[in-house]
Design a protein around this ligand. Sequence first.
Ligand SMILES: [Zn+2]
Length: 214
Amino acid sequence: MRPDPDRSSELEVFAPADAWVVRRHGPRGYVADEHYQPWLRDEFTYRCLYCACREVWFPDGDSSFSVEHLRPISLAPEGLTDYHSLVYACCQCNASRGAARLPFDPTAGMRQHIEVLADGIIRGLTPAGEDFIRICRLDRPNLVAFRRLMLDVLRLLGRKRDREAAELRRRYLGYPANLPDLSALKPPGGNSRPEGIEWSAFARRERGELSEVY
Ligand SMILES: [Zn+2]
C-alpha cells in the first residue's frame, strides 16, 4: 500500500479491503453455509467485508453477521457451500445487497474503487465503485453518521495519552473475546489449508502473539 500522509490511522479502520492474496483457511464439505461462519469470522478479521464495521461494535457481536455469497445463489446455486465464494458481512450490508450482482470481486481489492473520507462520507473512485456503494448501500445515512462518530471518537482517543484512553481504544479496536478455536472444528470434507489454523486469532492469542488492536 502506498504511504499517504493524509491518511490517518483512524481512517485506515474504515479503509476498504485491500487485495486478498490468498485465503488462509480451506474448510470443505459442510452442507449448510452457516457452518462456515467461524472460519469466515477469522478469515475476514471479525468485521464486515463491505462496511468494515467490526463485531465488537455490535451489541450482539457475531450474531449480527452472516455468511454472504459473492455470487448470488439464484445465479450460481453451486456456490452455496463453496468456501471460496463465501465472505463475511454484517446482516445490514447482506440484506442491502440482496441478490444483486456485484460489479467486481471485493476480495480482489476495493481500494482502487472506493474511498472513505475523514468525515465518514464514502465515495466511488470508479463507475464500478459507485455501483458497489449503491448496491450495498454503503452510503446509507445511518452508516455514514456512525463512521463519522467512530472516527471522531478514535481521533480523540488517539490524541489522549492516558491509560483510560488506551484501554477504551483497545476495546474499540481489539478482537472479540469469543474467538473460535478452529482446531476443534472438523469440516466433513477436510481442510485444504490446515496450516492456516496456526495463524488464526485464537491460536495467536493462545501463544500470546495476538496484537491488542488491529
Ligand atoms: Zn456491513
